[in-house]
Design a protein around this ligand. Structure first.
Ligand code: NI
Ligand code: MN
Length: 222
């Protein structure tokens, strides 16, 4: 199992013999660790919501690799209309089985418009269970009590936004850790643009011994 941060909210997860991307915003991302055109293989692309810094290169990567794009019903329909090779829609539920394991869509407190006015359904995060490792990718979200529900999931790695402005900042992410009780946390969604300049080290200070805070550079893996 290898989890690689590609910058902003973009991740590559390799496990169970599959390659899974989440929110592959690479083109136009000043901190992107890879170029979209250099991605030759992918099995799935999960998209948390319809904002451009999350849909990113999902359609282009799907077209090139044949990867299945997974998103909520409204957003997956839009991605299909844009030319995604294969799409699957899911929504808040007990989750869905895939050939890599299990994925569950969970609540995010955030908006969802695609472009200027197309409604993108409800913003979400995902809980992945791959090779018995539980990974929570929060997408874009503010702090919400719904996160208390995630404590039962026994999250190994929580991927949490800390940049503030559009999402939680480090202070709220530290409170989220109290709700989620993950073993490890990877802070994301900071420094990409001027409004979200932030120090992820602040989360490590605030979290203390509650969770191991892993500060990656774009391109680094755990
Ligand atoms: Ni957003
Ligand atoms: Mn965002």
């Amino acid at each position: 199992m290898k989890i690689t941060w590609l910058g902003h909210s973009a991740f590559k997860i390799e496990g169970a013999g599959k390659i899974i991307y989440v929110d592959p915003f690479l083109t136009g991302n000043p901190l992107a660790a890879v170029k979209a055109e250099d991605i030759d293989a992918a099995d799935y692309i999960f998209v948390t919501h319809g904002h451009g810094d999350h849909t990113g290169d999902a359609v282009a990567i799907s077209k090139k690799t044949g990867a299945t794009v997974v998103a909520n019903a409204e957003l997956s329909g839009w991605l299909k209309s844009q030319g995604a090779e294969k799409v699957e829609s899911m929504y808040f539920s007990g989750g869905c089985d895939f050939d890599f394991g299990h994925a569950k869509m969970v609540y995010a407190l955030h908006g969802t418009t695609i472009g200027a006015s197309t409604h993108g359904g409800v913003a979400a995060g995902f809980v992945f269970d791959i090779e018995g490792v539980k990974i929570y990718h929060a997408g874009d979200t503010g702090l919400t009590k719904e996160m208390e529900l995630l404590a039962d999931e026994k999250i190994d790695v929580a991927i949490l936004p800390v940049g503030g402005y559009y999402t939680m900042d480090a202070k709220d992410a530290a409170r989220a850790i109290d709700f989620i009780k993950p073993k490890k946390v990877i802070p994301i969604h900071y420094d990409t643009f001027p409004p979200i300049k932030a120090d992820p080290g602040k989360l490590a200070e605030l979290a203390g011994t509650k969770a191991e805070i892993i500060i990656l550079k774009p391109g680094e893996s755990i």
